[in-house]
Write a protein that binds this ligand. Sequence first.
Ligand code: HEC
Ligand code: HEC
Ligand code: HEC
Length: 434
Amino acid sequence: MAERVWERMKDRDSKECRNCHDFKTMDPAKQKDRSVTKHEGAIEDGKTCIDCHKGIAHKPVHLKKDPAQAQPAAAPAAAAAPQAAASPAEAVATGAANVAKAGATAAASTATAAATAMSAASTAMTAGTGPAKATPKAEAAGATAPAAGGTVTALDWSKVPTRQIKVFYPGQAGLEWIMNKADHSSAADIVEKKRACAKCHEGDANEVGTAIVTGKPVGVSKTVMEPTPPPGKVGFIPVTFQTTHDGNKIYFRFEWVPPKNGDKKLDPKNEVKLTMMFDGGGTVEGSELNGCWGTCHVDLRTMKDAKDDKKTKYITGADLAGGKFMDLIQFRSGKGQAPVDGWVDSERHMDGGKSGLKAEGKKEGNKWVVVFERSLAGGGKGDHAITADKVYNFGFALHEDFTNARFHYVSLGYQFGLDKPNPSVKNYIDVQKQ
Ligand code: HEC
Ligand code: HEC
Ligand code: HEC
């Protein structure tokens, strides 16, 4: 019966839905980024509402029909091999599983029943995703970490444009989960339409993080990404990001208000670690869309499929000589801790770079400020040269409140270029010379 209804709805271009809402009357400014992007794609591909919004008025029987979606846990997750063709129809998880009422057999085609189901669906969709407030910690005393490896050049940061970036709690959402269509219906958009994570999630990264950190099931497969939710931990942190260069060196500045995050000290030495990874200007496939997600896999230590508690970040098919690696720089707040100038290829290297890296971090009032300084040229092993002719792909992670491993906050993928405005690309940042 469900199949017959879907077929009829498809034939009539989901007329029942369009009685009330239509692509033409949708106001993108009022929708979530992910909805806008999906609807853009739907118009391009001539898709209709029911192609994606099954299970809205009735039980989500489409999940039973498609074994890949019914048993997400068993879905194979080959590294970097997107299973774009895993399921013919895209299913949006609406959480409206229980809205089908007895006797409402032909409800899909009646407006009243659809509207009832809809209010249930939208309640389920919004439940529990209220933004978490970042509660500032008690003011801590002065500077905690002078620059190891030399003092960072003083700059007038008030002249440098700022960019707000929400870093969020990813839990165990490794690359293989993200790129598996039965878990994350948009895996196909990433591969086929080259949609960047930030295009759909920059606006809702706070909601994604809040759902994950509290152990809510997420994605179309309703996977719990954090099996042991850390009590009191917030889902996201708003970071003010700035970057500039002076022809020789590039500078990155991060500023945020530390949230209250519970009392567990997993890394007692370092209250804060801030790590940035960037590629060599299109040298790591996929990083133009996902930043450094290509290094984050489901078999790393503390992740779902971990077999080896030493295994850290890697890139599938890495090639150090060929530039297929992520340069890695890290600030650590612990006393006397030098900044890390490393890289990630087939494994993670925490030293060896010779890029003249300096890092400085301090608490200013209730804020943390971390600044990196690095030569544009790079020069050592695992150092990418940064030149004006390329666009670099990057992401960063913040270990807040003495935490380690995957218990960090991460950014979506961003890009930067030197003195090259590109306002049409949402996740792009122009690094202007000072
Ligand atoms: C009788 C009019 C009506 C019909 C028919 C209808 N809708 Fe809606 N829909 C609404 C209203 C009203 C809302 C709630 C809007 C709001 O809260 O802003 C809504 C909400 C939604 C939402 C959730 C929005 C959210 O809050 O996240 C989705 C998805 C949706 N509709 C899709 C559909 C689809 C697909 C169909 C066809 C199967 C359909 N609707 C049929 C009126 C209708
Ligand atoms: C290509 C798949 C696709 C098609 C086709 C599609 N949608 Fe959506 N729609 C989505 C996704 C994905 C979301 C976001 C769901 C979420 O929040 O997880 C969404 C969200 C929505 C929302 C909530 C918007 C918001 O952000 O508040 C409404 C309403 C909606 N769709 C209605 C429709 C209607 C009506 C049609 C047909 C005219 C349609 N959609 C066609 C994938 C699709
Ligand atoms: C075309 C829009 C789109 C793109 C691009 C996209 N996503 Fe999603 N993402 C969604 C939608 C819609 C959902 C809701 C579940 C579903 O439909 O799979 C989602 C769900 C998620 C979730 C689970 C949390 C939740 O709210 O359900 C995570 C984590 C996630 N995406 C991360 C990413 C990452 C990382 C990338 C880039 C590699 C990415 N997404 C790219 C649309 C997108």
